[in-house]
Design a protein around this ligand. Structure first.
Ligand SMILES: NC(=O)C1=CN([C@@H]2O[C@H](COP(=O)(O)OP(=O)(O)OC[C@H]3O[C@@H](n4cnc5c(N)ncnc54)[C@H](O)[C@@H]3O)[C@@H](O)[C@H]2O)C=CC1
Ligand SMILES: O=C(O)C(=O)COP(=O)(O)O
Length: 600
């Protein structure tokens, strides 16, 4: 047997609890079976990659809208960057099949057709801004495409623009400016209203909304807010009272909109809700045009329910030239300028470029929109378990006999951590990845793992086993069980009749520690051969010499057995893939009852 200096041989003398069921399983299979599974070998990865794809060549990033120079520079350091602005939807669909990432602002609709046209190459969409209502998130998720945005860099710019519109509207700045330029001097016409002491209702008390509230308080306004998801203490901290939607409408002199456009907020201001407002209310919208029914707003303006509106955003951008809303004398309009300051655009460009490059490198993004965000410190801690999870999934599925559809998978995490102190979404996604990728052409990542599992009718249930002891390590072991299937390696069937593999992380390296009811210990690197036999002297030597003759390096070897000279499972870690001939010869060793080769 060839063994590298660093390889370790473990002969486990721990006896495994045997059960009747494995004997039954064994009896139901032929005494000897050659079950070699050959899977494409993947290079071992030291750290988890969540958006994984071949990165031999430089990736290509299509920047479809103007992006700040600093962001472009960052992208160019890592990728080929194609800046093509004002593409038609058809041109975008054609180009996208050559791109790994797409960067847009609010002016590009990233539709299902775009994901479909990409042929699976598009892996990241970067939204250089906050609102992602122009990206079909469901389609992105289904195609395993990560969507990242730049959620913080334009907050102040949008809030400042909201305040600019509020004050400009109250004092008729835009209308007065136009009249002066037209040679008029209408001092009586443009008498405004004061802000001090007036009630401002901030609808959507997130990043922008709370910055607007802060500034409006500085102007002496009484600020209330409506946001069903905002924590009351954050509002209290800046002296803002959270109220119900109807209360906000009924008591506001000014309403400023700062919620995202979602199915729930679409046309949230409409005939019915305008009717609930104080007569003469003034409205500012720096959120999205679609949150207002624009025709209803024209009616409300004409009826004097709404005295004035200041709008930065529109349902269709740019709005039609003859839009009654835009032409209305009590409307102040800007062309979606909320994020358009030099500072915000540089910040947004850097924020999105960093997120896109990180995602292309396979790192988890802190600004992922359609994938769980995992804080860096949690990720670091979970890294080896993430690798373990994928490998256990990969092993478990290879133990399933052909033709048995996998439907029900149970994952058990043994941990001394409190239940809410362990985020298992990553681990679950990687188990799914490990299980589905070897048996399909679907690319799985954290984005589409749950979706793909559901689509394939694969039910993954999770269980936590709370262990005594130190919670220093997030996970002690991970066990994967597949129910209601036959196994091509009968010894992998546990006493509960399910395929079972269990693993642990030892010194940062994932190990397989249980197969069926047999305890083994083999590092999950390279590939694994599992053999079952009646425990007897010389078995390791026999298998080792077959592999050695072919110069296949054995990295780990371990035997789990019921008791000395009773039923045993031998797990052998190999660095190279043995030839079919060698595997056949291992199968022909008389004492070996069955064996399986598992690629990792
Ligand atoms: N005009 C422009 O150039 C810009 C526009 N925006 C828009 O502003 C929106 C808000 O941006 P951020 O404050 O950064 O986002 P954010 O996510 O920090 O805040 C949004 C808030 O809206 C709340 N919300 C959700 N549904 C609601 C509902 N039905 N009623 C009331 N509140 C609801 C959320 O709980 C959240 O607190 C963005 O989604 C974007 O559409 C943002 C930046 C620039
Ligand atoms: O960040 C947002 O949500 C914005 O609306 C800004 O849009 P923009 O990037 O300026 O097209």
């Amino acid at each position: 047997m060839a063994a590298s200096p660093s390889s370790t041989m473990i002969l486990s003398s721990k006896s495994s609890r045997a059960s009747l069921s494995w004997k039954n399983q064994l009896a139901s299979t032929s005494a000897f079976r050659v079950s070699a599974v050959t899977l494409p070998r993947r290079s071992p990865r030291q750290c988890p990659r969540f958006v994984v794809f071949s990165m031999d060549a430089k990736p290509t990033v299509l920047v479809a809208e103007k992006l700040g120079e600093a962001g472009l520079k960052l992208l160019k350091e890592f990728a080929n960057v194609d800046c093509s602005y004002n593409l038609t939807p058809e041109e975008l669909c054609t180009k996208i099949s050559l791109c790994d990432a797409l960067v847009v602002r609010s002016g590009t609709k990233v539709t299902r057709e775009i994901f479909e046209s990409s042929g699976g190459r598009l892996k990241v969409v970067g939204r250089a801004g906050v609102g992602i209502d122009n990206v079909d998130l469901a389609a992105a998720t289904e195609h395993g495409c990560l969507v990242v945005n730049a959620p913080t860099a334009n907050t102040v710019a949008a809030a400042e623009h909201g305040i600019a519109l509020l004050t400009a509207m109250a004092r008729n700045v835009a209308q007065a400016d136009a009249s002066v330029k037209a040679g008029k001097w209408l001092r009586n016409k443009y008498v405004g209203v004061s802000l001090v002491g007036k009630t401002l209702a901030v609808m959507g008390f997130g990043k922008v909304g709370s910055e607007v509230a802060r500034r409006a308080k500085g102007l002496g306004m009484h600020v209330i807010a409506h946001d069903p998801y905002a924590p009351a203490d954050r509002a209290r901290a800046i002296g803002v009272q959270l109220v119900s939607f109807d209360e906000a409408l009924a008591s506001a002199d000014f309403i400023s909109l700062h919620m995202p456009l979602t199915p729930a907020t679409k046309q949230i201001l409409n005939d019915e809700t305008f009717a609930k407002m104080k007569k003469g209310v003034r409205i500012v919208n720096v959120a999205r045009g679609g949150v207002i029914d624009e025709e209803a707003l024209v009616r409300a303006l004409d009826a004097g329910i709404v005295a004035q509106a200041a709008l930065d955003v529109f349902t269709v951008e740019p709005p039609p030239k003859d839009s009654k809303l835009i032409q209305h004398e009590n409307v102040t309009a800007t062309p979606h300028l909320g994020a358009s300051t030099t500072e915000a655009q540089e910040g947004v460009a850097i924020e999105v470029a960093e997120a896109v490059v990180g995602a292309l490198k396979g790192e988890l993004s802190a600004t992922a929109v359609n994938a769980p965000m995992v804080p860096a410190e949690v990720l670091l801690e979970l890294k080896p378990f993430v690798v373990l999870a994928e490998k256990l999934g990969r092993l478990a599925v290879q133990l399933v006999a052909g033709g048995s559809g996998v439907k029900s998978v149970k994952v058990t995490y043994g941990s001394a951590r409190a239940p809410d102190d362990l985020d298992t979404r990553l681990l679950r996604a990687m188990i799914t990845k490990g299980m589905i990728e070897p048996i399909s052409s679907v690319f799985i990542n954290l984005v589409n793992a749950d979706f793909t599992a559901k689509q394939r009718g694969l039910q993954i249930s999770e269980e936590r086993l709370i262990l005594d002891g130190s919670p220093e390590s997030p996970v002690e072991f991970i066990q994967v069980q597949i129910a209601n299937v036959e196994s091509k390696f009968a010894s992998a069937i546990s006493d509960l009749g399910e395929i079972r593999v269990e693993g642990r992380v030892k010194d940062g390296v994932p190990h397989l520690t249980k197969v069926g009811s047999f305890e083994v210990d083999v590092s999950l690197e390279g590939s694994i051969i599992l053999c079952s036999q009646v425990d007897q002297p010389g078995m390791i030597g026999k298998v080792g010499s077959v592999l050695g003759e072919e110069n296949v390096n054995v990295s780990f070897m371990s035997v789990g057995r019921v008791a000395p000279r009773k039923q045993a499972v031998m797990a052998i870690g190999v660095d190279e893939q043995p030839s079919k001939e060698s595997l056949k010869r291992i199968g022909e060793i008389p004492a070996i009852q069955e064996f399986v080769y598992l690629g990792l």
